[in-house]
Design a protein around this ligand. Structure first.
Ligand code: NAD
Ligand code: UGA
Length: 456
């Protein structure tokens, strides 16, 4: 099939490249010239494992352009994957969605086209996009008949850092539409993934036992609400375990054992029960705020979701409190942060706890040294005013530091020469914000090891 993808961010480029890989012809549209230049040169504009390899494998079925006129008229399916960043009141900023819908309306062909909201968008956005497309079409050439267009919602559940894996092997595919034809077209489009008929790339093998992916067909509004509900639920699972972690510390228990002890109950599940610094990233914060804002529009409150947010953002301050408890005085100290990205295997810094913690420490007069294997250049570019001392190696971060905080659990941090790290530090205090390192080993190397929710 012929596919257009509007927006080549984390979601758009992953969607485009995986659909091309399984056999479709995909044209990706973006307004960012630097991204387009990079993609045209076969280079991934973001750090995402496997993306560049797949770009190369699918190259002959992929095109990149800034022109809606090139991508839209011929497309059978058009995905909207533009950003929906948060506004100060919690609602998402829909200006990019609006521009994308208008661009589609101006150029849509007169064959049957399915326009798919893949961006995470508020309830009612499907209807709004439909209206915007009709409006933009009308200014060009009169009435666009309903038989030519169907709008669907196909929320995206990929995780950054494993985006390609999650797109080729999703747990489920949710598609919401009022028009049965849209469901049929999208089933056909996704058939290779739903029925797992494609040959897996050698570097991202198919999970053992996966034969078919459930296709969940819903109405438009339910699909929109499924996305927000999924993210809110995952977010509150993490906040729940972080709340338990605080109590575990006080009573002398170990939250990692508690997570296992409750998680092996199949009704609870072990995943997303890792206590730590809490969630960051572009979506949990934004989507929980948007869910609460939507509820308010309908005269409802969402106390559970609101509490999950409160617990999450308090967790960052708790890191500062732990440092204060160890060092007694923060002003004038040097503290090293290992990891800037909001999670490993990505360079994404949106709502990254490391930046927030760095900011809090700098405000208290701390000199902050940082290292991240991939996100430092982006941090310099996107946060030029944050007074961080960037270090090329983790060893350099340790130099004369009064404490280290492990913020992002990059695999490489497990392999560091920790003995040497301790020697370089003024005080060998290690706050492991992800309970990632071997506590006994660190203690044996002379570290004062402080985890999250562990028996002190
Ligand atoms: P992003 O900011 O990385 O990318 C958005 C892209 O859209 C940018 O490249 C931008 O230049 C482009 N764009 C903006 N306006 C445009 C226009 N008018 N025409 C063409 N392109 C335009 O965003 P993202 O992280 O990929 O997220 C996109 C959407 O998907 C959001 O709604 C987000 O909530 C949702 N989502 C994101 C993730 C994730 O892990 N990042 C996962 C699931 C869902
Ligand atoms: C999350 C969801 O997992 C995806 O399903 C969803 O598509 C995406 O948001 C989105 O809508 O953008 P992502 O933010 O990429 O994906 O990464 P996650 O693996 O979910 O991690 C989110 C944050 O939670 C990270 O900061 C991570 O460190 C933290 N986390 C995760 C924990 O603190 N504990 C855990 O047990 C799991």
């Amino acid at each position: 099939m012929k596919v257009a993808v509007i927006g080549t961010g984390y979601v758009g480029i992953t969607t485009g490249v995986t659909l091309a890989y399984v056999g479709h012809h995909v044209t990706c549209v973006d307004v960012n010239p630097a991204k387009l230049a990079s993609l045209k040169a076969g280079k991934a504009p973001i750090y995402e494992p496997g993306l560049e390899e797949l770009l190369s494998l699918a190259a002959e079925r992929l095109a990149f352009t800034d022109s809606y006129a090139e991508a839209v008229p011929e497309a059978d399916v058009i995905f909207i994957a533009v950003g929906t960043p948060p506004l100060p009141d919690g609602n998402p900023d829909l200006q990019y969605l609006q521009a994308a819908a208008a661009g589609i309306g101006e150029h849509i062909g007169e064959g049957f086209t399915v326009v798919v909201n893949k961006s995470t968008v508020p309830i009612g956005s499907g209807n709004w996009v439909d209206a915007l497309i009709h409006e933009a079409f009308a200014t060009r050439q009169g009435k666009l008949f309903q038989e030519h267009l169907a709008v669907a919602s196909n929320p995206e559940f990929l995780r950054e850092g494993s985006a390609i894996h999650d797109s080729l092997y999703p747990d489920r595919m949710v598609v919401g539409a009022e028009d049965q034809r849209a469901l049929e077209v999208l089933y056909t489009l996704y058939r290779p993934i739903l029925e797992q008929t494609f040959t897996p790339p050698s570097f991202i093998p198919r999970p053992e036992g996966l034969q078919a992916v459930p296709f969940i067909a819903t109405d438009l509004t339910s699909a929109e609400l499924i996305k927000y509900s999924a993210n809110a639920f995952l977010a509150l699972k993490i906040s729940f375990i972080n709340e338990i972690a605080a109590l575990a510390e006080r009573v002398g228990a170990d939250v990692t054992q508690i997570a296992k002890g409750i998680g092996l109950d199949a009704r609870i599940g072990t995943r997303f029960l890792q206590a730590g610094i809490g969630w960051g990233g572009s979506c949990f914060g934004k989507d929980t705020a948007a869910l609460i804002a939507t509820a308010q529009d309908y005269g409802l409150s969402m106390p559970i979701v609101a509490a999950a947010r409160e617990v999450n953002y308090r967790q960052r301050e708790r890191i500062v409190e732990k440092l204060l408890a160890e060092l007694k005085i923060l002003k004038g100290r040097t503290i090293g942060l290992l990891g800037l990205a909001f999670k490993p295997n990505t360079d994404d810094l949106r709502d990254a706890p490391a930046l927030d913690i760095a900011h809090r420490l700098i405000e208290r007069g701390v000199r902050v040294r940082v290292h991240d294997p991939v996100a430092m250049e982006k941090a310099r570019r996107e946060h030029p005013h944050l007074a961080l001392h960037y270090c090329e190696t983790p060893e350099e971060v340790a130099e004369e530091a009064d404490a280290l905080v492990l913020v992002t659990e990059w695999a490489m941090y497990r392999e560091l020469p920790w003995e040497e790290m301790a020697r370089r530090m003024r005080r060998a205090v290690l706050v492991d914000g992800r309970n990632f390192l071997d506590r006994a080993q660190m203690a044996a190397l002379g570290f004062r090891y402080v985890g999250i929710g562990l028996n002190p």
